[in-house]
Design a protein around this ligand. Structure first.
Ligand code: FAD
Length: 474
């Protein structure tokens, strides 16, 4: 059976694109190195028809399929298990920009298109494609859709879901669904597009997508502010919404310990207000303006005046030019790397109603510090979307591996119970993957789980698409 399947895969995509030997670590291990699997083969189709032929061959053989883009996901959703029987379908050869429709403000691209290339294609056509995240040089639009990625511009433009108008999908039976419409209104039956978005490759393989384009802002300004508390940061967010309205495109928060790791591990970066007394958090704000740089600056400065009057800001710097703005964003985007250099840590990607974040943080910081001696909290994230990366670093003198082995289940239980208590979600933007299936069982309602299983069973009765991801069992 295995030989027949490999032969069918070779005839579907050509022998050079069925990888079975050599170093396949890039496809078999997740980005954070949490799990190392073993694939039967890594298959690299170059067209939608080839994807359909691959899926048909796998379905005939009963072989599980793991759809994969850039493999930058953070919940172990795009790598195979250790059985050596699963087929990784990598979309990375399908990179074409199929069409730009300037009047419809849309771009149609293949799933393996790297996010940065999509942004550049939009820019060359005179538009903005606003999805932006630190992995944009290697993640793909198919993976962004599979995970419903968020990133740094959600406060203005929404998650990947809000940016997508149409999809082309290969079903678990190997049929091709052409749903590549660029329609902004289309109430014809169930919303299949939104079913596939965020389904983490468990319902089908996205092969192409029609995405929204936006006018390029005339000016973009970035500010970095020191704030006296998380409660003040939330107050500043409210002021920024009211004062900048749709101009507010980014609102990130960074705890002082997170910033201290950037200072320690990236000494070449200038980190404003690092270690400032009385400022446990800093905030990064971005304002986009469709009129002029002068207009943007006036609005930003009057916002900061209001914020100083309100005492929700202690001090602030506004970038003078794009290089300075880039440097400020670089500080924020360097936190995950600085944290990795500090050692192993337990990551949480949570969301809460923004209004409840100060109370959640106060409660959970105190709880963890009481329960786990010496624990260090790395708290940062997309506060504008109510999304925190509330991470837990081992005590300074601890062995990171032993800390994870001994404490991870307990830390997760403490954090996720608090998240549930404050009305939040245990997975804001990284998805469930293989890593958080137990949390889905624990925190999702039985009614919702029953509907999810029914959808999976209806679309993929053989359970071939990414089994063990999202739903641990059918
Ligand atoms: P993969 O990791 O390959 O796959 C992700 C999921 O989608 C898997 O379940 C996979 O099976 C499925 N999938 C992949 N391709 C397809 C397809 N064609 N059809 C159907 N399913 C598919 N995420 C955020 O949301 N916001 C952030 O700010 C953010 N920042 C990050 C920063 C760094 C440094 C890193 C490493 C990751 C970050 N991520 C972030 C997570 C990750 O980059 C995103 O989830 C990204 O969208 C994944 O894209 P990918 O192409 O790498 O997908």
């Amino acid at each position: 059976m295995t030989t027949a399947l490999l032969d069918a895969l070779r005839s579907a995509v050509g022998p050079a694109h069925v990888l079975t030997n050599g170093d396949l670590t890039a496809y078999e291990r997740d980005w954070r190195g949490r799990m190392q699997g073993k694939a039967l083969a890594v298959v690299r189709p170059a067209s939608t028809r080839e994807v359909a032929a691959v899926v048909k061959a796998c379905a005939a053989a009963g072989a599980a399929i793991i759809p994969q883009g850039g493999n930058t996901g953070l919940s172990v959703g795009s790598t195979p298990d250790a059985s050596g029987t699963q087929v990784v379908v990598s979309l990375t050869r399908m990179q074409a920009i199929r069409a730009v429709d300037a009047d419809n403000l849309t771009i149609t691209v293949e799933a393996g298109c790297i996010l940065q290339n999509l942004q550049q294609a939009a820019q060359q056509a005179g538009f903005l494609f606003p999805l932006s995240l630190a992995a944009e040089g290697s993640c793909t639009i198919g993976g962004n859709l599979g995970a419903n990625a968020g990133g740094t511009q959600v406060v203005r433009y929404g998650n990947t879901r809000e940016l997508c108008l149409g999809l082309e999908v290969v079903t678990p039976q190997g049929d091709i669904w052409d749903g590549l419409t660029g329609l902004r209104k289309d109430n014809t039956g169930y919303d299949l597009r939104n079913l596939f978005i965020g389904s983490e490759g468990t319902l089908g393989i996205i092969t192409a997508a029609t995405m929204k384009l936006f006018p390029q802002p005339v000016a973009r300004l970035t500010a970095f502010a020191a704030v006296p508390s998380m409660e003040a940061a939330v107050r500043l967010l409210g002021l920024a919404h009211r004062h900048l309205s749709a101009g507010l495109t980014g609102f990130e928060v960074m705890g002082q310990f997170a910033l201290s790791l950037v200072v320690k591990h990236m000494p070449q970066l200038r980190v404003p207000f690092a270690g400032m007394d009385g400022a446990p958090y800093c905030v990064l704000l971005e304002n986009s303006d469709s009129e002029s740089e002068e207009h943007a600056r006036q609005r930003f400065e009057s916002l900061l005046e209001l914020a100083f009057e309100d005492s929700c800001v202690l001090d602030a710097v506004v970038a003078e030019n794009l290089t300075q703005a880039h440097d400020l964003w670089h500080v924020r985007e360097s936190i995950p790397l600085a944290q990795a250099q500090e050692g192993l840590n337990i990551k949480h990607d949570i969301s809460l109603p923004t209004s409840r974040i100060p109370a959640f943080v106060e409660h959970t910081d105190a709880l963890l510090q009481r329960e786990i001696a010496g624990v260090r909290l790395v708290n940062f994230g997309h506060l504008g979307d109510g999304n925190l990366h509330y991470n837990v670093q081992a005590p300074a003198d601890a062995d990171g591996k032993a800390f994870l082995r001994e404490q991870e289940p307990r830390v997760n239980a403490l954090v996720y119970e608090a998240v549930a208590q404050f009305g939040g979600s245990f997975s804001a933007e990284h998805g469930v993957g293989q890593l958080k299936t137990a949390q889905l069982e624990r925190y999702e309602s039985p009614v919702a789980l029953t509907m999810m299983r029914a959808i999976k069973q209806a679309l993929d009765p053989q359970n071939l698409m990414n089994p063990g991801c999202v739903l641990a069992t059918n």
